[in-house]
Ligand binder design. Sequence first.
Ligand SMILES: [Zn+2]
Length: 416
Amino acid sequence: MALDPKRTVADLKELRELTGDENGAQRVAWTETWERAREWLRGLVAEIGAKESIDAAGNQWFTLAGKDKRAVLIGGHIDSVPNGGWLDGALNLLAGLEILRRVAGGGEAPVTLRLVNWADEEGARFGRSLFGSSAAAGSMRDQDELRQLLDRDGVALPDALVAHGVDLDHALDASKELATAAAYLELHIEQGPVLESLGLPLGVVQGTFGVERHRITWHGQAAHAGSTPMDKRRDALAGAAKLALEIRDIARRTGGGAVCTSGSVVCHPGIVTSVVETAEQLLDQRDLNAHRLAMMLAEAQASSERFAGEESIEVEWEKLWSIEPILFDDTLLGFCEEAILEVAGVSHRLPSGPLHDAAEVARAGVPTVMMFVQSLRGLSHTKLEDTREEHLEQSVAALDRLTAKTIDWVAGGGGR
Ligand SMILES: [Zn+2]
């Protein structure tokens, strides 16, 4: 069967009809609608002759056996957030399906090709994203916390999983699936404004940002707003305010796409007649380079000490969460660039701000790359999420070329 990118767009529309409503996609993981979407996908793949299996974490695998057991993986996720878009996760999966059709039509491939539908990428029901891929990657280390998670109706995560045939205690057995993985490919909508602003359909994703998240508490002195002269104040908010502005310069000086966000400042006592005694500030810093990320954090900390001195207040830092940058494979980055150039004539390398299943697979040591296709207005996780149909078709064609190059590479001994 020849590759038919228009069929992918038609498949996406059919899925939207089947599992969406006037508010958007409703394929939240571990729900009936999600199962219906998986059942639909199962039916489409059955026509190709790929073999289906569900692993210990609920990930749905479709395997097209080749001469060699070593496998090229294409991944996506059919789950969505409530009122989500029609492309997030589904494009990667249905583009992968089209490539499976094309490869199956060409007789036995030199290596195995596997399409994986990761379970619960979004974490929409229980607040834990990348469930299936982190289990397969072996990086799921929070099973005790997972056991405690409840959805809005008070249903515990392990109980919701059991209803879909998954035993949380054995979820990590899914890591067997990566034993034969030689390379991993993922196409995704960008979910941001960069490619659109450059007028480009497709981009090569270099890796996912490292993240530093901290709570900064500023301690001053509550004092009467009327009786305390300006030069006698120890105003905790002044420190937070100075830092909120300083981090913008820190990100600008760092360059290369680095971002810093002060997402919240909560003041106490928080009344109009008092100087602020304590201000709790949240800081999120991201960059693709671990050294530059560490420098940004150190600069923010040094600035905070200086501001505390200037304002005669104290500052205290507490780390909330961090993750190192995850860089994709150099050889695959090259293939991805070639594939995009062949299809679109121009390519661009960019980092990913959000984490994706691909980051988990890369962390497990499988050579990985992602390709982004332009998102209109940078919108995602809303029914307004959209991409031009010609760009969707180009993305299927480019992923197909990337897959062909990767199959050749793995057949020649490349990959893991
Ligand atoms: Zn996604």
